[in-house]
Design a protein around this ligand. Structure first.
Ligand SMILES: Cc1cc2nc3c(=O)[nH]c(=O)nc-3n(C[C@H](O)[C@H](O)[C@H](O)COP(=O)(O)OP(=O)(O)OC[C@H]3O[C@@H](n4cnc5c(N)ncnc54)[C@H](O)[C@@H]3O)c2cc1C
Length: 385
C-alpha cells in the first residue's frame, strides 16, 4: 500500500469509527440486560421488599454482588453496633456475580499481588465459617455463584445487615452525610461503599477509572465424557481465548468474547455478536464441539480498569464514599477478599498499597467507545490480557 492509499484507508477507518460511535450519541440506553444465566434459570430465591420512605444508617452499601455482601458482613463483624443497610437494584446475584462461571482463582487477572495470594482460601474459609451451601467443589475451586450470593445475603442478614432488593440508587449527593435517592426512597449515611463494579460509571462513581465490558457465556446440552475431557483440556490451556468448566448434568459452560457498549451501556442489544464470537473461538479450538447446541446463553458486565486489575478509591466531600471494582474476569474470590479490606478501611486499616495506585483515566465518548473496543478486540484475538 502506498502512502496515499494508507492515508485514505486510515481516514476511512477513523470516519467509520467516529460514525458508529457518534450514531449512539442519540441512544442513551438506561436499560440493563436481565440475568439469564444457567444458575439463576435453575430457580430464584425469594427477594426482599424494596426500601420505602426516608432512612438513615451508619453505613450504606450499594450493590448485592460478592463485593457488597462481603463488605456488609465484615463491617458488622468488626463493628457490631454499626447500622448497615445494603441496597440492591434488582436482586442479590443479579449482576456479574450471578452470571459468572463460578470459578475461583487466586490473585488478579494480571497475576499475583500482595495480599491476594490466597483469595481462594479466604473465600472457601468464609463459606465454611458461614455455612453457605453453594455446591463448592474444593478440588477444582468451583461453586454455584448465584447460590453463593444468596448464602452471603442470608449470612449478612444473620449478622444484622438490612438488605433491600428492588432498590436502585439513581442519585448520589456526595456531601456529608451522603444522600442516596431512588424511586420512593432516600437513604442518608456518613459513609457509603459503592460495590457496583461494571455498573459503577452509570452511577457517576469512578467513571473515569472503570469501564463495563460485556462478555458472553453458554452452557451446552449434555456432552459425552470424551468431549467433556477434551474441552476441559482446551479451557485449561492458558493460551486459549475460551474459558470454561463442567456444570451439573454433564454440560459444559464456556465463555469468550468482550465488547463495550457506548456511554457505559449496560444493555446487551448485541448479545448475539458475543455468542457468535464464543462459537467461533470454541469451534476453532475444538471443532468437535460445534455440533453441541447451547441450552443456556447469557452475557454480563465485567468491570475493567486500564491495567485490568482492581482499584480502591474514595470520592465525596470528605472521601466518605469508598469504591472497589475492576476485577476483569477474576472477581469472585477477589471481590470477597475486597469486602474485608473495604470494611477494614472504615476502622482505619489500610489494604495493600497497590489497590490505591493511579490508573489510566478513560476519556469521554466517542473516544472511549473507540479506544475500549480497540483494546477488547485485542483481547478477543488473544493479543492482550
Ligand atoms: C459472564 C461473566 C463470567 C465471569 N466468570 C467469572 C469466574 O468464573 N470467576 C471469577 O472469579 N470471576 C468471574 N467473573 C467476574 C466476576 O463475576 C465479577 O468480577 C464479580 O462478580 C464482581 O462482583 P461485584 O459484587 O463487585 O459486582 P456485581 O456482581 O456486578 O454486583 C453489582 C451489583 O450492583 C447492583 N447495582 C448496580 N447499580 C446499582 C444501583 N444504581 N443501585 C443499586 N444497586 C445497583 C447490580 O444489580 C449488581 O447486582 C465473570 C464475570 C462475568 C460478567
Amino acid at each position: 500500500m502506498d502512502r496515499r492509499q494508507f492515508l485514505k484507508t486510515g481516514a476511512l477507518a477513523a470516519t467509520g469509527a467516529v460514525y458508529f460511535g457518534g450514531a449512539h450519541l442519540y441512544l442513551s440506553d438506561e436499560r440493563w440486560t436481565p440475568n439469564q444465566s444457567y444458575w439463576v434459570s435453575r430457580g430464584r430465591a425469594p427477594v426482599n421488599p424494596p426500601m420505602e420512605g426516608d432512612h438513615s444508617v451508619d453505613l450504606a452499601v450499594i450493590g448485592g454482588g460478592v463485593t457488597g455482601l462481603s463488605t456488609a458482613i465484615h463491617a458488622r463483624e468488626m463493628m457490631p453496633n454499626l447500622r448497615v443497610a445494603l441496597v440492591e437494584a434488582e436482586y442479590v446475584g443479579y449482576g456479574a456475580t450471578g452470571r459468572s462461571g463460578g470459578i475461583l482463582d487466586n490473585g488478579t487477572w494480571v497475576g499475583a499481588r500482595s495480599g491476594a495470594e490466597d483469595t481462594v482460601g479466604f473465600t472457601t474459609g468464609l463459606i465454611d465459617r458461614l455455612g453457605i451451601a453453594c455446591d463448592l467443589d474444593r478440588v477444582n475451586s468451583e461453586l454455584d455463584p448465584y447460590k453463593y450470593a444468596v448464602g452471603l445475603k442470608a449470612a449478612a442478614e444473620g449478622a444484622g445487615v438490612r438488605v433491600y432488593e428492588g432498590t436502585r440508587v439513581v442519585d448520589i449527593d456526595k456531601g456529608n452525610p451522603v444522600q442516596l435517592a431512588g424511586d420512593g426512597f432516600s437513604l442518608k449515611a456518613p459513609r457509603v461503599i459503592v460495590a457496583t463494579n461494571g455498573y459503577m460509571p452509570k452511577l457517576g462513581v469512578a467513571a473515569e477509572r472503570i469501564c463495563p465490558v460485556h462478555t458472553g457465556v453458554a452452557v451446552t446440552t449434555p456432552v459425552p465424557d470424551e468431549a467433556a475431557s477434551a474441552l476441559l483440556r482446551v479451557v485449561a490451556n492458558t493460551e486459549s481465548t475460551v474459558w470454561g468448566r463442567e456444570v451439573p448434568g454433564k454440560r459444559m459452560l464456556m465463555g469468550a468474547g468482550a465488547e463495550y457498549y457506548y456511554d457505559n451501556g449496560l444493555y446487551d442489544s448485541r448479545h448475539r455478536d458475543l455468542l457468535r464470537a464464543l462459537r467461533r473461538s470454541m469451534t476453532s479450538e475444538y471443532p468437535d464441539l460445534a455440533s453441541y447446541p447451547y441450552e443456556f446463553t447469557w452475557s454480563g458486565p465485567l468491570g475493567m480498569t486500564g491495567d485490568q486489575e482492581p482499584v480502591i478509591g474514595a470520592e465525596g466531600r470528605d472521601d466518605n464514599i469508598l469504591y472497589c471494582g475492576g476485577y476483569t474476569a477474576l472477581g469472585l474470590a477477589m471481590g470477597t477478599r475486597a469486602g474485608q479490606w473495604l470494611a477494614g478501611m472504615l476502622e482505619g486499616v489500610d489494604p495493600p498499597d497497590w489497590l490505591f495506585r493511579e490508573t489510566f483515566r478513560f476519556p469521554g465518548e466517542p473516544l472511549r467507545y473507540i479506544g475500549v473496543n480497540g483494546a477488547v478486540n485485542l483481547m478477543n484475538l488473544g493479543l492482550w490480557g
